[in-house]
Design a protein. Structure first.
Length: 265
């Protein structure tokens, strides 16, 4: 039994190609934007952006997510497959984006360099290594679920699994929006949340802000919960990999026997 069937490999390959192309497209758009707003190189504090440009960025990001979702919806046969293909393509897109930015702009200078990761529903901030960790995690988790689905026909996530995944994702999301959420709550801007783009007092704080704290404990707990949920799913369906594990053990035993014969002769 093969771990990855021909059909699954084909889906992962072409969705990966789509993610790579989208990563290039996203990076090139950002390169244009940085040439316009950060000719000396991107960094904090942020350069002022007109409200209509901010709205255009929101629409662009939302459009990208819709494209990824539609692709996953068309390829996946059930909810788990659709979500897995979505997160897989999202992860490929995100990783390629940073690779292309590095190739064209030689940015970031390190994996701990701060970046604006996303804008919906408010700006996400974090060191570059954080979204890359999330992307690798999404590839691992979605890949495992897709393999289990492919070999097992269907994988059932229990309520505990869903709870751990949702809470874990929520904690990671919280770590990314922690900085601006703190500004909004402590500054008393929450009642006017939907009009913050036109709030001059809030914008002045934002455009003077230089992040220096990332909530790693919340982020790490979120990652742990997601992998805990994945581990529980794997334990319940580990029999799918038993033929491969048995084959691997037999191969190792054969190698040991050959090595022993060489030493004894």
């Amino acid at each position: 039994m093969k771990i990855i069937s021909k059909n699954l490999f084909k889906n992962l390959f072409w969705i990966g190609v789509f993610g790579i192309a989208l990563g290039f497209l996203e990076a090139i758009v950002v390169i244009y934007l940085r040439e316009m707003y950060y000719p000396q190189g991107f960094g904090f504090p942020l350069s002022p952006v007109a409200p209509r440009m901010y709205l255009a960025e929101l629409i662009r990001e939302l459009s990208t997510i819709i494209m990824l979702f539609v692709l996953a919806y068309l390829v996946g046969k059930n909810t788990i497959q659709k979500l897995s293909y979505f997160f897989y393509s999202f992860a490929i897109w995100d990783i390629v984006y940073y690779i292309v930015i590095k190739l064209f702009l030689n940015w970031p200078s390190s994996l701990l360099t701060w970046d604006v990761l996303f804008l919906i529903p408010l700006p996400w901030l974090g060191p570059v290594i954080a979204p890359l960790i999330v992307s690798v995690s999404m590839i691992c988790v979605s890949g495992l679920l897709l393999i289990l689905e492919d070999q097992n026909n269907t994988v059932t996530l229990k309520s505990t699994d869903w709870a751990l995944l949702i809470i874990g994702a929520g904690l990671i999301f919280t770590s990314f929006i922690w900085n601006y959420s703190t500004i909004i709550i402590r500054g008393g801007f929450f009642p006017s949340f939907w009009t913050l783009a036109n709030n001059q007092e809030f914008l002045k704080i934002v455009y003077d802000y230089k992040p220096d704290f990332f909530n790693w404990p919340v982020f790490v707990i979120g990652e742990v919960l997601i992998f805990l949920a994945t581990g529980l799913v794997f334990i319940r369906h580990h029999h799918v990999f038993l033929p491969q594990i048995k084959w691997l053990h037999e191969m190792i035993d054969d190698v040991r026997q050959h090595v022993s014969k060489l030493y004894s002769s």
